[in-house]
Design a protein around this ligand. Sequence first.
Ligand SMILES: Cc1cc2nc3c(=O)[nH]c(=O)nc-3n(C[C@H](O)[C@H](O)[C@H](O)COP(=O)(O)OP(=O)(O)OC[C@H]3O[C@@H](n4cnc5c(N)ncnc54)[C@H](O)[C@@H]3O)c2cc1C
Length: 353
Amino acid sequence: MDINVLVIGGGQAGLAAAYHLARHGISYLVVDQGHKAGEVWKQRYDSLKLFTPRGYSLLPGMSLPGAPSGYPGKDEIAEALRRYVREKQLKVQLDTQVQSLVQEGDEFVAATSQGIIRSRAVIIATGPFQKPYIPQLASGLDQEVRQLHSSVYRNPADLKEGAVLVIGGGNSGAQIAAEIAGQRPVMLAAGHMMSFMPLSLAGKSIFWWFDKLGILHASPERKLGKLVRRRPDPVFGFELKKLIRSGKVTVKQKATETNGQKAYFADGSSVRVDNVVWATGFRPDYSWLQIPAALDEAGRPLHKRGVSPLNGVYYVGLPWQSSRNSALIGGAGQDAEYVVSILLKKTKEEWNR
Ligand SMILES: Cc1cc2nc3c(=O)[nH]c(=O)nc-3n(C[C@H](O)[C@H](O)[C@H](O)COP(=O)(O)OP(=O)(O)OC[C@H]3O[C@@H](n4cnc5c(N)ncnc54)[C@H](O)[C@@H]3O)c2cc1C
């Protein structure tokens, strides 16, 4: 056996797990396919500003220079994750992609781009954003239209001249539309009625209020959690709202069809487009996880608060793993702590034998 715990993925969730494993003196290794810690954040669009203030964007034992009430940019978070690895002396092996994971007897065998790693347990922290999702309707657009998923869009220079349609009314779609609107008119198609929330209220961050009102930590099994989960996330901040009011961004209904250079919407209207930015989210991909008992029929992780029914398999960083906070930087530490505490309980006696 090489190590006790292999942590697959060294984003915020995997690093939070490493922090807690180290705290308990459990031997572990984090492997990440990236070239540098924090790379996922580095590669996001240039203008990305977090909607969570610094004070709510921390891993356990992490600090961010700057006002706790200020909003960090994505490079600041990438750099903070890098610093976290260094300062906490976390064991992270980069440039190592897990290509398959199988179980052989009571050990897990990961085939990686750097060779085989055997462990007694695995914590899977590969993140919810593995495969950019572009709906089928994209195929109706002809080659004249420049199409980019939000994960590859960096800034307006990636676009060609002419009309821009952003599809997707979440926070990424909103920020990207707002940024482009500084340069030319933009249309934004949203599949749901968009709602807006201030970044702060009565001098406190909206996340402070979510925290105090129990919204951030509500379990998906409780009434409040169920209610929050059912509703699409609001857009945080009013920048886009102002641009809509001033006519710089036109909101369209759900895009239903495309043909040539035309996009059609649920209300029957259509527009001619030169660029489409698909801010339509991501899909998980666990095809490398070749342990059927760890996944449900749809290929999604089987778990309760990150603990798999299969002994030795754990997850961190799943959306709604324990609450809305699970998908945020500020929530990764708490979920990792819980998962590591269960791992300790289940395995301590066994490993001491
Ligand atoms: C546009 C955008 C804005 C956001 N804004 C905020 C915000 O304001 N505040 C906030 O708190 N959160 C925000 N989030 C959400 C959240 O913090 C991030 O999505 C976060 O990156 C998820 O963390 P993670 O560690 O679970 O996954 P990731 O950060 O995706 O990390 C997963 C890691 O696993 C590695 N990996 C994947 N597959 C393999 C494999 N097979 N082998 C080895 N390594 C692998 C990847 O290289 C990656 O480093 C935002 C997300 C997006 C997309």
